[in-house]
Design a binder for this molecule. Structure first.
Ligand SMILES: NC(=O)c1ccc[n+]([C@@H]2O[C@H](COP(=O)([O-])OP(=O)(O)OC[C@H]3O[C@@H](n4cnc5c(N)ncnc54)[C@H](O)[C@@H]3O)[C@@H](O)[C@H]2O)c1
Length: 257
């Protein structure tokens, strides 16, 4: 029960890493305020974790009103906020020459502005109570250039570099206030991310992407969402009490090559 008595907000908790983190946090005793754009998926996560004693705040987390509601709900229902997991995100595969301004703004908003907004509203509450832990979902993509299906994932990678840097900058600024901020950098993790990026891609094409990703990973496979949730749990809990501004790479050795 490593999160017993703690309140955690998790964005994008309807599927993949966010859903696995909600399951793990609930099992470790946390009271959760869960967000996702997809109401049906969010309901499924709440059903899986047993629903009662947790709160939901649906909606687009790149909108400031959603971030405000998340924090207000945690404070009103549970008296404060101990953990914020900035997890919601979308993948994007397209060369820069094929990217519209709207694409750029949209991916930046979901992947990075959402982290800015949730952190902006959560930090004052954490400072008030003198403690808190924020975990940003960055990626191996924060550190390298990557291509998939013949095109670049540069825009996704830029947002993930931003997620990592946001963690570092907030960590030094709020350390004296007792607020720790870290990034988790997963390698390829089998979730709905690729399907959500392009629902028209065939099952075979999606399988080829996962197979290719496993093939370039020294451990020879992609991660399970629960393996990323375990790292998020470590950074969220008091077991990482002397860890701030760090980037925990959970990638089966991908970046070590
Ligand atoms: N799967 C991977 O290989 C991998 C690797 C590194 C990092 N990540 C990061 O992990 C995080 C979780 O991704 P995942 O792989 O579980 O993908 P996923 O698509 O399974 O889950 C993302 C969730 O975020 C939700 N979401 C999307 N836009 C939203 C918005 N505007 N507001 C609220 N919710 C929104 C989606 O509905 C979905 O439930 C993302 O930040 C992703 O970039 C994933």
């Amino acid at each position: 029960m490593r999160l017993k008595g703690k309140t955690a907000i998790i964005t994008g908790a309807g599927s993949g890493i966010g859903a696995a983190t909600a399951e793990r946090f609930a099992a470790e005793g946390a009271r959760l305020v869960l967000n996702d754009l997809n109401a049906a998926d969010l309901t499924r996560t709440l059903t899986t974790i047993g629903g009662s004693g947790h709160e939901r705040v649906g909606g687009d987390v790149s909108q400031e009103a959603t971030a405000e509601r998340l924090v207000a709900t945690a404070c009103k229902q549970f008296g404060g906020i101990d953990v914020l997991v900035n997890n919601a995100g979308i993948h994007f595969i397209r060369d820069i020459t094929e990217t519209s301004s709207e694409d750029w703004d949209g991916v930046m908003a979901v992947n990075l502005k959402s982290m800015f907004l949730c952190s902006k509203h959560a930090i004052p509450e954490m400072v008030k109570q003198g403690s808190g832990s924020i975990v940003n979902l960055a990626s191996i993509s924060s550190f390298v250039g990557q291509e998939m299906e013949g095109q670049s994932t540069y825009l996704y990678n830029v947002t993930k570099a931003g997620a990592q840097q946001l963690a570092v900058s907030l960590a030094t600024r709020y350390a004296a206030d007792g607020v720790r901020v870290n990034a988790v950098c997963p390698g390829a993790t089998r979730t709905g991310q690729i399907r959500h990026e392009n629902p028209n891609r065939s099952g075979e094409a999606e399988a080829a992407i996962w197979e290719g990703a496993g093939g370039v990973t020294p451990l020879g496979r992609v991660a399970k969402p629960s393996e990323i949730a375990a790292a998020i749990l470590f950074l969220a809990s008091d077991e990482s009490s002397f860890v701030t501004g760090s980037s925990l790479v959970v990638d089966g050795g991908y970046l070590a090559r």
